[in-house]
Design a protein around this ligand. Structure first.
Ligand SMILES: NC(=O)c1ccc[n+]([C@@H]2O[C@H](COP(=O)([O-])OP(=O)(O)OC[C@H]3O[C@@H](n4cnc5c(N)ncnc54)[C@H](OP(=O)(O)O)[C@@H]3O)[C@@H](O)[C@H]2O)c1
Length: 199
């Protein structure tokens, strides 16, 4: 399969790369790194990406930014990053990417644990993650041509605990290699409309 992997250099993305590249052609994409570049918060940039990569069998997105701010300090503008980048970025990857997707192709997006287990400063992340998982469930039943869409909702990664441990006290982290298996299940299996909770 030809797999477009957005966020390929990241903590999650690099583990997905290690899992899938022995069996598939993985096209590595980042904001500034990789074989191709894209800013998922910009739909023109997304279209330019697909015009360069051409048709594909699977798209995996392990990228997406949100602001972490205490609710007491949050204003409307603090939600903009999460809505434009992690949420609409991934939604637009499907809306635009479906034109370039081969029959039976899959889309796999990344949400996260924070809407299931809230943390301090996590209200924007929770909003975006829940919206993504809801989008996946609903979009799946309307996709034509055998196209599929799933999301992966990991808990905090062991490899990210250096950065995030203070926000995730009491959480049992999960190894990136284990999270990557959920992406393989989505890409190489036949499920659609699913959210894989890992950890
Ligand atoms: N780490 C965790 O514990 C964890 C747990 C649950 C969910 N998640 C979610 O998983 C996703 C990835 O997290 P991560 O920790 O693996 O990230 P990361 O290590 O910071 O890597 C992010 C990757 O995404 C690319 N990227 C960033 N912004 C982008 C944009 N606007 N457009 C296109 N590519 C962009 C980066 O490319 P460049 O390097 O070229 O900038 C990099 O390859 C995030 O949505 C995060 O919320 C993470």
């Amino acid at each position: 399969m030809k797999i477009l992997l957005i966020g390929a250099t990241g903590t999650i993305g690099s583990a997905i790369d290690r899992e899938l590249s022995p069996r598939h052609e993985v096209v590595r994409i980042g904001r500034s790194s990789g074989d191709f570049q894209v800013d998922i918060s910009n739909s023109a940039s997304i279209r330019q990406l697909f015009e360069k990569t051409g048709r594909f069998d699977a798209l995996v997105c392990a990228a997406g930014n949100v602001n972490f701010v205490p609710l007491a300090e949050m204003s409307e503008k603090d939600f903009t990053l999460g809505l434009q980048d992690k949420l609409m970025g991934q939604v637009n990857l499907l809306l635009i990417g479906r034109e370039f997707a081969n029959d039976g192709a899959s889309f796999t997006f990344t949400s996260g644990v924070i809407n299931r287990e809230p943390i301090l400063t996590g209200s924007s992340a929770a909003l975006v993650n829940a919206a993504l998982d809801g989008f996946v469930k609903a979009a799946a039943i309307e996709l034509p041509r055998g196209l599929r869409v799933n999301s992966v909702s990991p808990t905090v990664l062991t490899e990210a605990m250096g950065k995030y441990a203070a926000y995730f006290r009491g959480f049992k982290s999960v190894a990136a290699a284990d999270v990557a298996l959920a992406y393989a299940k989505s890409v190489e299996g036949l499920h659609t409309g699913q959210t894989y909770q890992v950890g």
